[in-house]
Design a protein. Structure first.
Length: 235
């Protein structure tokens, strides 16, 4: 007797769509938390092992160079030192891309400020950060999500907006935080909302939803594009 082909699994009639959505939201929260923790651990290992080793090598090379007498040897040692410095800088940028330590030790305000400065220098675009005078209190999940919003907004400005100026603005009234990344580029256009379907923005929207917040993408007040995230302080 010929065996029948297996049938695809389908939800049972008793399965509640709302319950299923809640389960998926919980799973997404767990996955993003694990992802963030893995990035933090990898950045820490790069700092503790590779970064420390490269710094020690630079010091040893400097000591060795001080005993070299012939100019060709001194020139070669200088080239080696520059190469090590380049590796150290690349390692530092990799660490910052994976995880910003200032987020944990100094808070989102300091982490966002550093991100904006580094991004503006790297892309040659005038980037400004407008932040609260005091350091607002956020949970770790809220701080990470705000930083990811700033990263995504800057990434999109560099890739699509053709902007020459970008502003990152963090407002906090004690009840909710609102982070906006706006540029003076070509604008989001009529289909701005559809841009949220791309993977980076879609994941950002789900991160915000998990914390009871929202993400919108649309035209800025003076043209260009504005990405805005709103997070309640108590979800």
């Amino acid at each position: 007797m010929k065996a029948s082909a297996p049938q695809p699994l389908s939800p049972t009639q008793d399965e509640d769509p709302a319950e299923r959505a809640a389960e998926l939201t919980e799973l997404l929260g767990h996955l993003t938390a694990c992802w963030d923790e893995e990035r933090r651990q990898l950045a820490r290992r790069l700092h503790d092992s590779l970064g420390s080793s490269m710094t020690a090598l630079t010091m040893h090379l400097g000591l060795l160079s001080s005993h070299l007498k012939e100019q060709p040897q001194r020139d070669r040692a200088a080239q080696m030192k520059q190469l090590l410095n380049n590796i150290i800088e690349t390692n530092r940028k990799m660490q910052l891309t994976l995880w910003n330590d200032k987020l944990e030790f100094l808070g989102p305000k300091a982490a966002i400020a550093e991100l904006v400065v580094e991004w503006g220098r790297e892309h040659g675009i005038k980037a400004r950060a407008s932040l609260p005078d005091d350091e607002p209190e956020y949970s770790r999940a809220q701080g990470v999500t705000l930083l990811r919003c700033a990263e995504e907004g800057l990434r999109n400005a560099a890739a699509h907006a053709q902007a020459t100026e970008v502003d990152v603005i963090l407002d906090d009234d004690g009840e909710q935080a609102m982070l906006t990344v706006r540029d003076n580029g070509i604008g989001a256009g009529e289909d701005a909302g559809n841009s949220l379907s791309c993977h980076g923005l879609r994941l950002l929207r789900e991160r915000a939803r998990l914390l009871g917040g929202s993400v919108t993408l649309g035209p800025g007040p003076e043209g260009g594009t504005a990405l805005t995230m709103i997070l309640p302080k108590q979800a």
